[in-house]
Write a protein that binds this ligand. Structure first.
Ligand SMILES: Cc1cc2nc3c(=O)[nH]c(=O)nc-3n(C[C@H](O)[C@H](O)[C@H](O)COP(=O)(O)O)c2cc1C
Length: 197
């Protein structure tokens, strides 16, 4: 019998694209911890800034892409990338008490690529960021994605910022969030194991 040596891929979908964003720093902090704790999984950062997706229109996109067939090259490229993942960590800033429009647009571009795959949520804001996760939860539920708990809701206020408003030192400043992140990714790992057995 032949066994596959491929590890399941967990993509970290970075949902902020504005200049000066801290999203990539948070993704790299989370990936470092996940790589160390879960060597049986392959964590990959997918930055939505590298996948500029237009707002869909009825002329260019069917309203629901349940068949996974797309006419636009940008969507085809994004679909091909997301389809390789077995699970996701959605990373989003809190903008006006919700998650980012860029992330919603990216999610809405696809359908089957997300369906039934486990997901975790990492949010951040200047204060509590749990409202971003509350907004995202029903969307993932609609796509039949089991969402790992706990949610990782980071407070990235002035005390963790440098002079350019980037993050000063996530490895030190976010150490208190590590157990929460590990527990959430542990749930994803367990769900993937269950699925493969
Ligand atoms: C449009 C907009 C809305 C925001 N709304 C909130 C908010 O509701 N609560 C909060 O604490 N911070 C809010 N912020 C601050 C952001 O959460 C903070 O700047 C964070 O670093 C944004 O993530 P990013 O740097 O990856 O874009 C907002 C920022 C922007 C640009």
């Amino acid at each position: 019998m032949k066994f596959s040596t491929m590890k399941p891929i967990v993509q970290l979908i970075v949902g902020s694209t504005r200049p000066g964003r801290v999203g990539p720093s948070i993704a790299s902090w989370a990936k470092t911890i996940a790589d160390k704790q879960f060597p049986e999984l392959d964590f990959e950062i997918v930055d939505l800034a590298d996948y500029p997706l237009p707002l869909p229109t009825f002329e260019t996109q069917p309203p629901k892409n349940a068949a996974g067939v797309y006419t636009q090259p940008e969507t085809q490229r994004f679909s091909a990338k997301v389809a390789t993942a077995s699970a996701f960590l959605f990373l989003t800033p809190q903008y006006n008490w919700s998650f980012s429009a860029v992330l919603k647009n990216a999610i809405d571009h696809l359908c089957v690529e997300w369906n039934d795959k486990p997901a975790g949520i990492i949010t951040w804001a200047m204060r509590e960021s749990d409202r971003a996760a509350v907004g995202l939860l029903p969307i993932l539920e609609c796509l039949r994605m089991p969402v790992a708990r706990p949610l990782v809701a980071i407070n990235a206020g002035f005390t963790v910022r440098d002079e350019k408003f980037g993050l000063r030192d996530p490895a030190t400043d976010f150490v208190g969030y590590e157990p929460t992140l590990i527990e959430a990714v542990g749930q994803i790992a367990a769900l993937l194991k269950e699925k493969s057995s």
